[in-house]
Structures are given as structure tokens and as C-alpha cells.
Design a protein around this ligand. Structure first.
Ligand code: CA
Length: 625
């Protein structure tokens, strides 16, 4: 009897844990979304031969779709808001054979704890996780992955940085005054080389074990949230990595664009055979664009190792939308940074962002449109009146136009149409944006030469560029290491060099930016400069949401004011290598006559009389508060 009982128990254990299903994506779901539909991707050998049934109160199978490959099916479910959390047993039967899968259904967080997006009250700290801090040396090398070694002296190899390293240094990030963290992607990139950058996803639901575990990602989000630091996830819907698991058995003939080229190639020949992107982003809006140019842009592969996903396939579209929602819900994200925005199908992008914003109304998404043309940047922003009728659901777009204007404005010689006038005139383009305050501004990022190198390692100019960026009516983003004058001057623009290791993130580092140990005077000065400014900005509603007024540059100086009923904040840039007296009569509208303003860095007081003296070759930020 006892033996029989053991056998029965044993069988029931087997039934519970032995799922026999290769993949079910998304791996779990939640009750209580606005959209009660869920589409499961099921992958298993000849799964299309099986009947599917579910017996769970409140869960209905709406439809079951076969794919071109017999090894996939897609199950459309409806999940009633009245359903209870638990394991939903999905049964797959064929003749006498039965496969089961226990699908976990959870409750959503309460509305009060729902995701608040990032906005112009935030400053985003951009971190390349492999290069920030190595919090766990045990995950540096993972056997079985295609790139399973580290080499810190190679800019394109893995260096060992991870999520734990970021968790360990949240207090530093908080003290500096950053309020959000954007991590370059941390999902698995099981690629042969260059996997450190993270943009070649090989599974959309798995954290790269070299960065850590899903639990550590959740821990990061929770601990950051306790410090009022928001987490922004980098997501890529345009392309995956060449070694994504589905590349061996694609569900549909149109799962990827230019799939037929891939099928007749191998890694060595793929570069020759692949139709890869012409990167002509203007073709998306160009009314004169040829079909071949347009297709080259939209359907071409980003690079030969990154296959282009076809979001016009509704199963792919659902897969990507649900994947984003899964991460938002799992990590309680504040935002998404969507990579290579114009490269994906724009109808899909509208649905994707719309679905997310519908579930999370105060969430934010920033899209990367690498264009210096405000017309094209504005096209992607929500509620922009586009002549082709395109309706975007994207709140925030990256402002490369302003980034370039700041670079030129600060680094160029002053002349009628060069220098500070570039910043002045580019800001004057804000009339064209539906919501300029929600654009993301930056002086550099992981793909661009660092600001200190752009400014030819001139600290005064670097401070000018950083200070103007941080008071503009925008959401500012700062690349890790800017605060310690990291540079890529030996080979400007080299990606490995831009993404140099942060000082102090590795145990054997001789210098340490987290503690200040062995930093140069200039590095400490810059770190403190930014820390003061960021912490000033943190609670400054005039900068977050105030009115903006600026005055045409004159004699190498430029004044911009941010104002609300409580406070006025001024930035005055003086590019001259001598002190300049400015006549304040021009600025009568600011209503500052007789007021005393304070320099937020030096503490020096400025009495706003007829003339004030602006120190040489610097920018000062003054407040009336
Ligand atoms: Ca590590």
C-alpha cells in the first residue's frame, strides 16, 4: 500500500513538473489588464498535431492558430478580470498522448503602485552595464555561451560589469542627483563577439546571465525605487540577434524580413547575401522616396548579425507588444527607451506604444530618431499633426537636433551665424513640437563621442555644455562617466572606447569614482560641479515645468531663463576669455531689477543692477530663491 502511494505521488509530481513543452511565451501573465486578450506562443515538436484545452474559471480559448512550422501554435486567450490567480493547466492531447503545462496567472499591482513615467523633472543616467561595476565575479564567464571569456583590455570584449554592480552603487547614483537609470539592454545576447553591447537579443525573456538573474533585475528595480530612482528599460523591436533561438526554426515564412536570403546563407556568407539597411531614415516620411530605398530602410537588416523582425506579421507584433508589457509589469518600470525607432514598421509602433500607454497612462517611452532635423523628430511625437495622417503614441523622442546645436554652440567660434546662435535658433524651433518639454536631451550617449572629447578636453566648455543641457525645457540624459571626464580622445567615436570601464567598478581599480580615491583634481571638480547642479535641479520646479525665455546671443554671451511663480533660474554663458559687463535693460521682462541672485555653484551673490559682470569663459546658473 505504502509503495503504491509512493508511486501515485511520484506520478503526480511528474505530471506537475514535467511540462514537456519547450517554450510558452510570455512565461506568465496577469489578471486585470484593460486588454483581456493574451496570445501565447507555444513551441514544441509537432505541437500543431495536438488538441488544446484549458479548464479554468474565467479563462477562455478564443482561437488557436497554426504557423508555417508545425512546431509552433499560437493560442488566443481571454482572461476575465474576475479570474483568480493560480496555475492554469493547459492540456495538449494527441491520440493517447497528453502534455500539460502549468501557466502561472498573477494579480497585477494595485493602481496606487502603478508605474509613474519619467519626465522633465528627472535626469536620466545612462549606464552600459558591462562597463560600470563588477558586483559578482562569479558570473563573468558563463560556460556554454558563445562568448565565454572576459578581457578588460579589449574594448569590444566583455569586461564583467553586471546588475549587482549597479545595485551596489545606487547610493552613489542617488547622491549625485540622478533620478532615473537607463541601462543599455541586459537581455541575453548569446553572440560570438561584441555581446557586451546588448543590442542583439537572442531571447526576449531572459536576462543575460553575465549581467545576472531576473531576480537581480527585480532587486535593482525595487532598491532603486526606494531611493526614488526610476528604471528605464532599453527595448529593441526592430531586430534580434543572429543566434536568437527561433532562427533555427522560424514560425512563419514572413517572421523576418528578407528571410529567404538568410535561409540560403551561413554566418560567413551572410554579409554578402543579406539585404541590409541603407539606414536612410528620411525615406519613412519622404514623399519622393523610391520603393527600393524605402524597403531597404524598413526591411533591410540593421547589420548582418541583426535580422530584421517583420512587425507586419500580427503574431510577431503581439509577441513584441506582450513582451514589453511583461517587462513593465515584472520590473515595475518607469519607462522604455526604444532603440532605432524609425526602423520598425510605423503602424506597428503606433499600436505598440498605444497598447502600453493604454495599460500604463502615466508611463513614458522615448524613441531614438537619430535625425538633426526637428521636422522628423516632431513627426514621431504623440499628437503631432502629421500631413500623412500618421498618429504616433510616443510621448518622448530623442533630440539629436538640440544635441548638435549645443555642441556647435559651445565649440564654434562666435560669429553672426556660428556659435551660441545655434543653441538660440534651435531652441526657437520648439514652436514646431507638440511637447518640447518631453524631448530627451543629451550631450553624448553610448554611440557618440563623449562630451569631454567633443570639447577637445576643455573643461570650461564641457561645463558650459552640461549646464545649458540641464536647464533647458527637456528631459536631460547624462552618460555614465561624464562626471569624471571620461573621454574617447585617442580614437573619437570608437564604441569600445566610449564605453570604457567606470573607475572603481572593479576591485583592482586604482582609481575609484564612487569614493573619490585617486581621482585627479579636475575629475573631482567635475564630479562636484555636476553633483551640485543635479541636486539643485532635482527639486527645482522652475526648471522642471517653468516658462522659458531667452535672449539672442550678443558679444559671446547668452542668457536663458526658466521661471515660475516662486523662482527664476538664469543661465548665462560667457564664452569670452575675459569678464564681460552686460547691460540688464534688455532683460526688463524678467523683472529682476534690484533682486539678489545666487550662483548655485560658488554661492556668490549678484545684485541685479543696471550692469552686472559675468566672469570669463564660464557659464553661471543663478537663482532668485
Ligand atoms: Ca560580473
Amino acid at each position: 500500500m505504502k509503495n503504491l502511494l509512493t508511486i501515485i505521488l511520484f506520478i503526480s509530481v511528474i505530471n506537475n513538473i514535467h511540462t514537456q513543452i519547450d517554450k510558452v511565451h510570455p512565461p506568465n501573465w496577469w489578471i486585470g489588464f484593460e486588454n483581456q486578450n493574451l496570445q501565447l506562443l507555444i513551441k514544441e515538436q509537432n505541437i500543431s498535431d495536438y488538441e488544446v484545452s484549458i479548464d479554468y474559471p474565467g479563462i477562455k480559448i478564443i482561437d488557436i492558430h497554426e504557423a508555417n512550422s508545425p512546431n509552433y501554435i499560437f493560442i488566443d486567450l481571454n482572461i476575465s478580470s474576475m479570474t483568480k490567480e493560480g496555475d492554469v493547466k493547459i492540456i495538449f492531447s494527441k491520440n493517447n498522448q497528453k502534455l500539460t503545462y502549468n501557466y502561472s496567472l498573477k494579480k497585477r499591482r494595485t493602481i496606487q503602485n502603478q508605474n509613474k513615467g519619467f519626465d522633465s523633472s528627472d535626469v536620466v543616467y545612462l549606464i552600459t552595464p558591462d562597463r560600470y561595476a563588477n558586483g559578482n565575479i562569479d558570473n563573468d564567464i558563463i560556460d556554454g555561451l558563445k562568448e565565454s571569456k572576459i578581457n578588460r583590455s579589449d574594448g569590444y570584449a566583455r569586461h564583467g560589469g553586471d546588475l549587482k554592480g549597479i545595485i551596489n552603487n545606487l547610493s552613489y547614483i542617488e547622491d549625485m542627483g540622478f533620478t532615473s537609470i537607463w541601462l543599455n539592454p541586459v537581455l541575453i545576447n548569446d553572440m560570438k563577439k561584441g555581446s557586451y553591447h546588448g543590442y542583439a537579443t537572442t531571447d526576449y525573456y531572459t536576462v543575460d546571465p553575465r549581467f545576472g538573474t531576473l531576480d537581480e533585475y527585480i532587486e535593482l528595480s525595487k532598491k532603486a525605487s526606494k531611493k526614488n530612482i526610476k528604471i528605464i528599460k532599453d527595448i529593441i523591436v526592430n531586430h534580434c540577434g543572429l543566434y536568437h533561438w527561433w532562427m533555427d526554426d522560424l514560425p512563419f515564412e514572413n517572421w523576418l524580413n528578407y528571410q529567404e536570403v538568410y535561409l540560403n546563407s551561413n554566418e560567413e556568407t551572410i554579409e554578402k547575401n543579406t539585404v541590409y539597411s541603407n539606414h536612410r531614415r528620411s525615406t519613412i516620411q519622404d514623399i519622393y522616396a523610391s520603393e527600393s530605398d524605402y524597403k531597404g530602410m524598413l526591411e533591410g537588416w540593421f547589420v548582418p548579425t541583426m535580422p530584421d523582425l517583420n512587425q507586419k506579421n500580427q503574431f510577431m507584433a503581439n509577441y513584441l507588444i506582450q513582451n514589453s508589457i511583461w517587462w513593465i509589469e515584472t520590473l515595475n518600470l518607469a519607462g522604455i527607451r526604444q532603440d532605432t525607432y524609425p526602423y520598425a514598421d510605423k503602424g506597428f509602433l503606433s499600436d505598440w506604444a498605444g497598447r502600453i500607454m493604454n495599460e500604463y497612462p502615466s508611463f513614458n517611452i522615448v524613441g531614438e530618431e537619430w535625425s538633426y532635423n526637428p521636422i522628423r523628430i516632431a513627426y514621431w511625437q504623440k499628437d503631432n499633426k502629421n500631413k500623412d495622417g500618421y498618429e504616433s503614441n510616443l510621448k518622448s523622442v530623442m533630440d539629436f537636433a538640440m544635441q548638435k546645436a549645443i555642441f556647435e554652440g559651445i565649440s564654434e567660434e562666435e560669429n553672426w551665424n556660428t556659435g551660441l546662435i545655434k543653441i538660440y535658433e534651435n531652441l526657437a524651433n520648439d514652436f514646431h513640437y507638440n511637447d518640447p518639454n518631453s524631448l530627451l536631451i543629451f550631450n553624448d550617449n553610448h554611440d557618440m563621442s563623449r562630451i569631454f572629447t567633443q570639447m577637445r578636453e576643455n573643461i570650461n566648455q564641457t561645463k558650459m555644455a552640461m549646464s545649458i543641457m540641464l536647464v533647458l525645457p527637456r528631459i536631460p540624459q547624462v552618460l555614465y562617466g561624464t562626471e569624471i571626464l571620461m573621454q574617447d580622445s585617442a580614437n573619437p567615436g570608437d564604441h569600445g572606447l566610449i564605453r570604457t570601464d567606470f573607475l572603481g567598478g572593479w576591485n583592482d581599480d586604482n582609481q575609484n569614482a564612487f569614493t573619490g580615491k585617486n581621482l585627479s583634481e579636475e575629475q573631482l571638480d567635475m564630479q562636484n560641479y555636476l553633483k551640485v547642479l543635479l541636486n539643485f535641479r532635482k527639486n527645482n520646479s522652475a526648471i522642471h515645468k517653468g516658462r522659458t525665455m531667452h535672449y539672442a546671443p550678443s558679444n559671446g554671451t547668452y542668457l536663458l531663463a526658466r521661471m515660475n511663480n516662486h523662482e527664476k533660474v538664469l543661465i548665462i554663458i560667457n564664452k569670452n576669455k575675459k569678464d564681460i559687463k552686460i547691460d540688464t535693460d534688455r532683460f526688463y521682462e524678467l523683472g529682476l531689477k534690484g533682486e539678489e541672485l545666487t550662483d548655485i555653484h560658488s554661492g556668490e551673490k549678484y545684485l541685479w543692477s543696471n550692469r552686472i559682470t559675468i566672469p570669463k569663459y564660464t557659464s553661471i546658473i543663478l537663482t532668485t530663491d
